[in-house]
Design a protein around this ligand. Structure first.
Ligand code: ZN
Length: 480
């Protein structure tokens, strides 16, 4: 993170259905990074949006008997609601159907690609999966005829489309990624992409016939019979949301992105297609790409067909915002897949929140209130806090950052067990002041460092421990 401005994005999800727990994981991870960037002094812009021009949305709307626009309105609203309910510090939510703030930037990007001579018309043939919005070749199909991702039967499609000369950017991309000029984190994802690059890049189709797109989406400038490939339009949301095509001053202020946060399934689009499009359009390139794993449910992939998709809203309602944030950040290792079950959620709540942090805070506050002492306000400087904390946040190892904080919580508990302040209090020993001051200083530090992760809890702790006379407050995490 360079000093000054920090522009962060979370992936732009398809809104063909309501959000599930996987969407919560990603937006929370991005939110921690956005809040951390603010904490260390950056001016932050945090963007996501809705990928609305997909054929999937047309098909889902058909099933529900509504128009694609109604479906997008309804589901985009659910995503926004989720972000509010999770206390996400989002600045911009840019929708793909927004003809004022999104479409002009899509036309602008298309024209820039055309001016570079990177768009040509060609014939496309392949097996098309609507679920993936991607073509497959025969060798890639499951059992010779099914989508490798969705296991659905695929249709052979042949049509005239516009192509983008991706092959022209092979060497430039190799250099960009190898050198970490565009840094892919974790490094095993970088290696995956470099391996894929070594096999050689093919040009790819960036439009669809209007018929196949069911007339839904953004028309190709100058050729209304073709619709712009939804991926081009969705990636462009990262730029149109901050003004590309309609507020160039704001765009110049924030672009390029310091960080794109995405799931492992869409890495090629972000690591290869996106920087190639930007190079062709002669626009600055994003700096970092963080790729997270997926949430499984009972060790199975979450999917609608398995009927095990987890709805985040009832979990927020039942456990609270910060407990859900805590679970996803501490129990799902950020680089890997991790499992969710409600049992695991309950046990993390009891052990780490109710018995761990909650108990420590009420224990120390009770002793302070009984002592009736005036405690000093000590200044906590972020630069003097544990360097490992900062290192784990800069590498997106959120579970490790929380592990460090909980190590500290246990440490303070041990310190109190050892010093027995209740005995000092009874004896009227002057040492009590020193012991409580030390414990309070450590809790204040935790209140500060916890802020990017559990913002509400951090505020409550900061508030409870800010005055010289510390009082008992209602428990942070009531027992379930
Ligand atoms: Zn598929």
């Amino acid at each position: 993170m360079a000093q000054g401005k920090f522009f962060i994005t979370a992936a732009i999800p398809y809104v063909n259905a309501a959000p599930h727990l996987g969407h919560a994981l990603e937006i929370i991870q991005a939110d921690v990074t956005a809040r951390y960037a603010k904490l260390i002094g950056h001016e932050v812009c945090f963007l996501t949006g809705a990928d609305e021009n997909s054929l999937k949305n047309v098909q889902s709307a058909d099933k529900e008997g509504i128009t694609p626009q109604q479906l997008c309105d309804q589901n985009s609203a659910k995503f926004r609601q989720l972000y509010r309910d999770l206390n996400i510090s989002l600045n911009i939510f840019q929708r793909g159907t927004d003809q004022k703030k999104h479409w002009p930037g899509v036309y602008k990007l298309w024209q820039a690609l055309e001016e570079s001579g990177d768009i040509y018309k060609g014939k496309y043939a392949g097996y098309y999966c609507v679920g993936c919005e991607a073509f497959y070749q025969a060798g890639e199909l499951k059992n010779g005829k099914l989508c490798p991702e969705h296991a659905t039967p695929l249709e052979w499609i042949e049509e005239e489309n516009y192509f983008f000369r991706l092959s022209r950017y092979q060497e430039a991309l190799q250099h960009l990624i190898q050198s970490d000029e565009y840094k892919i984190i974790p490094s095993f994802r970088k290696n995956e992409i470099l391996t894929f690059l070594n096999e050689g890049l093919q040009d790819f189709s960036i439009s669809r016939s209007k018929k196949r797109a069911r007339s839904w989406g953004i028309p190709v400038p100058g050729d209304p019979d073709q619709i712009i490939y939804v991926w081009i339009d969705a990636l462009d949301i990262y730029m149109t949301g901050i003004g590309f095509g309609w507020d160039e001053a704001n765009f110049a202020k924030w672009w390029p992105a310091d960080l794109h946060v995405i799931g492992k399934g869409i890495i090629r689009f972000h690591a290869l297609f996106w920087p190639a499009l930007l190079m062709s359009a002669k626009l600055p390139l994003p700096r970092n790409l963080f790729v997270h794993g997926y949430i499984t449910h009972g060790d199975q992939k979450m999917s609608k067909s398995l009927g095990n998709v987890v709805d985040p809203f009832p979990l927020i309602h039942k456990y609270g915002i910060d407990p859900l944030r805590y679970f996803l950040l501490s129990q799902i290792p950020a680089y890997q897949d991790g499992d969710f079950t409600e049992e695991k959620m309950r046990s993390a709540y009891q052990a780490d929140l109710a018995n761990g942090l909650g108990n420590l805070v009420s224990r120390v506050a009770t002793l302070c209130e009984k002592s009736n002492l005036d405690l000093l306000k000590t200044d906590i400087s972020l630069s003097e806090t544990c360097p490992r904390y900062h290192a784990t946040l800069k590498s997106f190892n959120f579970n490790l950052s929380l592990g460090l904080l909980w190590e500290q919580i246990r440490e303070i508990d041990r310190f109190i067990d050892q010093k027995k302040p209740w005995e000092l209090l009874q004896k009227g020993s002057p040492e009590i002041g020193k012991v409580l001051q030390a414990a309070v200083d450590e809790i204040r530090k935790i209140g500060l460092l916890l802020a990017p992760f559990l913002p509400q809890t951090a505020l409550k702790i900061q508030d409870q421990f800010k005055n010289p006379k510390i009082k008992v407050q209602p428990s942070l995490f009531p027992r379930l």
